[in-house]
Design a protein. Structure first.
Length: 212
């Protein structure tokens, strides 16, 4: 957690030192749709990943120029762990936290009522297994659920639309893809099993923001 705290401070410093002409703060919510990775085991194949879950967050942004800005963001995601093979599956409670800073590129001027934007940036994602470990687990020939946490560097890409309800209040619909290495600390490969390496978390969201 010390590494996460340092990452938050560094990201906050990056946002604070920017010469912003206009600020924006808001909240957002949606859902996380995570990809699975292939598991090749000595007795067959399976998939490992996370179940679909709710996502909630907040952001603090600045608008530097007509088409360029930046946002410091935090999101909480409900991300239960899952193993599947054939018609069988096993799950384990889990959550995730993301902190990142994105560069915002608008395709329309800042004073437009409807604004389209693209986002690219990076930060950190903390995966947490929160379920109760058991001596026996279905599909343990492929992997084991663990009650632990893993901190992973994360890339963030996406985009969206902003619609100004009033001169200061904005409705946002957007999409992010949070890309990390697969957290094998949470779903530990069984002996002889090989897991895929890259995990995508596709997160559509809707929110409100206020500019000042």
């Amino acid at each position: 957690m010390r590494t996460l705290g340092l990452s938050i401070l560094l990201l906050a410093a990056a946002a604070a030192t920017s010469r912003a002409q206009q600020w924006e703060v808001g909240g957002i919510g949606g859902g996380g749709f995570l990809s699975n990775v292939a598991v090749a085991g000595p007795v067959g194949s399976a998939t490992a990943g996370f179940q679909t879950g709710a996502a909630f967050g907040a952001f603090f942004g600045n608008n530097l120029y007509g088409h360029i800005g930046g946002e410091l963001r935090y999101a909480y995601l409900q991300s239960n762990l899952q193993l599947s093979s054939g018609g069988s599956s096993a799950s384990f409670a889990g959550t995730a936290h993301v902190v990142h800073y994105d560069l915002i590129l608008r395709t329309t001027p800042r004073n437009s009522r409807v604004q389209f934007f693209a986002a690219i940036g990076g930060g950190m994602k903390v995966f947490r297994g929160t379920g109760a470990e058991a001596a026996y687990q279905p599909l343990s020939q492929y992997g084991y659920f663990t009650k632990t946490q893993a901190l992973k560097p994360m890339a963030s890409v996406g985009g969206g639309i902003k619609y100004f309800i009033t001169r200061k209040v904005c409705l946002r619909t957007e999409f992010r893809d949070y890309i990390t290495a697969f957290p094998k600390e949470l779903i530990a490969p069984a002996p002889g099993a090989k897991f895929g390496s890259i995990l995508h978390d596709f997160v559509p969201m809707v929110g409100l923001s206020y500019e000042f």
